[in-house]
Design a protein. Structure first.
Ligand code: GDP
Length: 298
């Protein structure tokens, strides 16, 4: 499906090449293929429409119609538009960690999205690549197992975690984490907020309070790339309440769909900062729009 988009496009043009010239109708046939491929990849309909319109504007130009290999030209236009939609060329936008330490990173997301794993991955990455002292803290008071899980992952990754104190509220833990960060000279404090099975007011209210206390420089939404359009709605709702600064998409090692990435970026306009690529602690890649566009196109 998704992976074979470039083949499908070239296929459409191969049928036409014999005739010599290319008409708008031919371009539209190719655009239909793109539309179907994107919808199959679970890209949200408004994003698909917008995308196809942009490609059409470029593809019906004289240059393309007169080109020796119009199929390849259209594939290139599709590629360039994908890169544009995913955040453009150039260096991916990294984390902003400037400011008076400790700088907080707030991790948000639904339960099972990979939030805890990503918090540990990120802590290790920042420790290693930026040589910063990082503290992680789980605020998931309703699930003691989640708190344990973060502590264990942090230990395996060689990163400090805030000692677990039973009976504290999430807001109290956030305060304790920030003051431990200050007193013990940490540069970065990663706060892993509670995940829920669905978004509710209580969850949002709590996360907003934590944000007030920690004043995070980055608020990252962790979303499972395999949940497709549900992830888009999640991103929209989290962004309304928490003012997200970026997205992390996990399970990009799954069945290879990039639909969620495209849709989430389109709906929220937020930069995708990292991709989770395995269950392992090192399975976190800096986001690269060109690479993902290439993968989507196949
Ligand atoms: P949380 O409930 O959001 O904190 O989710 P967890 O961090 O506990 O992750 C849920 C499951 O997804 C765990 O089994 C993780 O190992 C797994 N996981 C997280 N990120 C990735 C990823 O990028 N790729 C794969 N394959 N699995 C992941």
């Amino acid at each position: 499906m998704f992976d074979a988009l470039s083949e499908r496009l070239t296929g459409v043009f191969d049928q036409i090449t014999g005739r010599g010239s290319l008409s708008e109708k031919d371009v539209d046939a190719a655009l239909r293929e793109i539309r179907v491929a994107l919808l199959e990849a679970d890209v949200a309909l408004p994003a698909v429409k917008d995308f196809v319109k942009r490609v059409r504007e470029k593809a019906v130009g004289e240059d393309v119609i007169r080109a020796v290999a119009p199929g390849q030209q259209v594939v290139k236009i599709v590629h360039d538009e994908l890169v544009h939609l995913l955040g453009g060329e150039g260096e991916p936008e990294g984390l902003h960690l400037e400011g008076e330490p400790p700088v907080a990173i707030l991790m948000a997301g639904l339960q099972g999205s990979g939030k805890t794993t990503t918090s540990a991955k990120l802590a290790k990455r920042i420790t290693e690549t930026q040589r910063k002292k990082v503290l992680v803290a789980s605020l998931d008071t309703r699930r003691p197992a989640a708190m344990e899980q973060l502590a264990q992952m942090a230990e395996r990754a060689g990163v400090a975690s805030l000692p677990i104190v039973k009976g504290q509220s999430a807001v109290e833990i956030a305060k304790r984490a920030m003051s431990a960060g200050r007193l013990q000279g940490y540069d970065v404090v990663i706060l892993d907020t509670a995940g829920r099975t669905s978004i509710d007011e209580e969850m949002m209210g709590e996360a907003a309070k934590i944000a007030e206390i920690a004043r995070p420089r980055e608020t990252l939404l962790v979303a499972d790339a395999l949940t497709g359009q549900d992830a888009v709605e999640t991103a929209r709702r989290f962004d309304e309440r928490l003012k997200l600064t970026g997205l992390v998409l996990t399970r990009m090692d799954g069945d290879g769909r990039g639909g969620a990435a495209l849709s989430m970026r389109w709906v929220t306009g937020l930069p995708i900062k990292f991709l989770g690529t395995s269950e392992k602690i090192d399975g976190l890649d800096a986001f690269d729009a060109k690479r993902l566009a290439g993968r989507i196109l196949g």
